[in-house]
Design a protein around this ligand. Structure first.
Ligand SMILES: [Zn+2]
Ligand SMILES: [Zn+2]
Length: 226
């Protein structure tokens, strides 16, 4: 009924019917299975043994972070979070099934959305990774723990500190409780350099760690292709 009164429009092409129409969903380019550290092809997104300094054994990326991905993400963050989180998490689940990565995920794993600063949380009202993490945990039969990690360090900002120092301070996480013998899955919206997930992995001792992200830019060696 509500949908009849307020029809939804595709955030990319404005076609009425869905927040992301089928045609635009298909425009998303699946990421190639690569090692998140060196970005060379690897077996089902696993980290090469020689690259695995941070103990993240694999990092699954849904799609390339291209112009349509950017559009989806900005609409997701600032307007249609709940609507788009449903679409994005079911598309992500489909990718996990199609690639077989889902077989690497143990049922009792804990999904941990990358925390944002509490100050950001207040401004925007929610952590955007949390919605996807929650729906994914339901689909996968995993636990969700959005309070396991907190981001610390923002208060340490000095007005005179350089941007680089701020970025480093921004990437400090604290573990709120100890967990043992459970696999962890870090969930992020976009992976860029991998610093965030590496920093998180540093705080998680004695656990098997995986990462899942919606998007990542193309590796440099593919940058020239059409
Ligand atoms: Zn569309
Ligand atoms: Zn590698």
């Amino acid at each position: 009924m509500f949908e009849l009164l307020f029809p939804s429009y595709c955030i990319n092409c404005n076609k009425p019917g869905a927040y992301l129409c089928m045609k635009c969903q298909k425009k998303l380019k699946p990421s190639l299975p690569e090692c998140y550290v060196c970005r060379r092809i690897s077996n089902n997104y696993s980290t090469h043994p020689g690259c695995n300094a941070h103990r993240i054994d694999s990092a699954f990326i849904g799609w390339q972070y291209d112009s349509i991905a950017k559009k989806i993400l900005s609409q997701y963050k600032y307007r249609y979070a709940y609507k788009l989180s449903t679409i994005l998490s079911s598309l992500l689940l489909e990718r996990l099934k199609r690639t077989g990565f889902i077989k690497n995920i143990k049922k009792n794993s804990i999904i941990v959305p990358v925390p944002i600063h509490s100050s950001h949380n207040k401004e925007r009202g929610f952590n955007q990774s949390f919605l996807i993490a929650r729906q994914l945990s339901e689909h996968l039969g995993c636990h969700l723990d959005e309070n396991l990690l907190v981001r610390v360090g923002k208060n340490q900002y000095q007005s005179q500190s350089s941007l680089r120092d701020r970025k480093i301070l921004d990437q400090v996480f604290r573990l709120e409780k100890q967990i043992e013998n459970q696999d962890l899955i870090i969930l992020d919206d976009v992976i860029t350099t991998g610093t965030t997930i590496n920093r998180i992995a540093q705080t998680l001792e004695n656990n098997s760690i995986k990462a899942i992200a919606l998007f990542r830019g193309r590796p440099h060696y593919l940058q020239q292709e059409p």
